[in-house]
Design a binder for this molecule. Structure first.
Ligand code: SAH
Length: 272
């Protein structure tokens, strides 16, 4: 009996991936420990796993031995399959009776194209299930011991993409005015410009800012800086994508925690 069989035997209602069905699942940021049990169930049952470049090899290694792995996505500047091609491929595989697992880095719907794939599957009448994943924004914060919300500090968290088709027109000022921490994805090429836009809109130059690269992988790196200096320091220290940038007082939490521990004072109050 494998560890999977043993676990599945103890879990009531493990979902069954039927032939001709597609599961669209989040693979998390890297570490397979961050997969959901349903994503693992998909890996164990799929005949074919269609994955993007952000899906960690250690996650793909959990696919059943007989499963085929198909790469679909962008990789190192090479021409990539279009979204329509990928959606059509999922439909064709399902129609030929395969059990299909579509695996996407993080959560399939957070700055992923899960929505487009689900629309295409629905339009084609292919049955599907969506399995959420741990998004990089939250996994990276956890890796850096930064709480996404902290009583008395913030009551909202902003997730924003630093890169996108409409980036020229995007107005950062309303996000700056919200006074809530901002978690940026896909930002490394635009970090200087976005930091400048946020400062121009009133975010203090000294605001604590962290870069967390390759969170939950063996290449994980963390830089803690200020909004004013973060772009130059990340560049000087050769931080590379994939990375999350988080701006706000919550970034000070690990430092405050360490200072409190050193002073022998009480830790911050437990959330109730
Ligand atoms: N759907 C994904 C995000 C896709 S957009 C999710 O929910 O996580 C791609 C961006 O995600 C990257 O540019 C980077 O900002 C972020 N990212 C993905 N994996 C990451 C990781 N392991 N560490 C840090 N950032 C990561």
């Amino acid at each position: 009996m494998t560890a999977w069989d043993a676990m599945a035997a103890r879990r009531a209602g493990v979902p069954v991936l039927e032939p001709g069905h597609v599961w669209l699942a989040g693979a998390g940021p890297g570490d397979p420990g961050l997969l959901t049990l349903d994503a693992l169930a998909g890996l164990q049952q799929a005949d074919v796993v269609v994955h993007d470049a952000l899906v960690d090899q250690r996650v793909l290694a959990l696919a059943a031995k007989e499963a085929r792995l198909e790469f679909a996505g962008k990789r190192g500047g090479r021409p990539s399959a279009t979204q329509t091609d990928i959606s059509q491929r999922l439909i064709a595989l399902a129609r030929s009776g395969e059990r299909v697992l579509r695996l996407k880095g993080g959560d399939p719907f957070v700055f992923g194209r899960g929505g487009e794939e689900v629309m295409a599957l629905a339009a084609a009448g292919v049955p599907f299930r969506v399995i959420p994943g741990v998004t990089a924004g939250l996994a990276a914060l956890a890796a850096a011991s930064i709480p996404a919300t902290l009583r008395g500090i913030n009551r909202a968290v902003i997730f924003a993409a630093g890169h996108g088709a409409d980036e020229e027109e995007f107005d950062w000022a309303p996000l700056a005015r919200a006074g809530q921490p901002i978690v940026l994805y896909m930002v490394m090429h635009n970090l200087e410009r976005i930091a400048a836009a946020l400062m121009a809109a009133g975010v203090a130059r000294q605001t604590a800012t962290a870069v967390i690269a390759s969170a939950a992988t063996p290449r994980e790196r963390i830089l803690v800086s200020t909004l004013e200096k973060v772009a130059a320091e990340a560049h000087a220290q050769k931080f590379e994508p994939p990375a999350i940038v988080v701006i706000g007082e919550i970034v000070d939490f690990p430092r405050n925690l360490a200072a409190n521990a050193a002073a022998g004072t009480k830790k911050p109050e437990e959330p109730r």
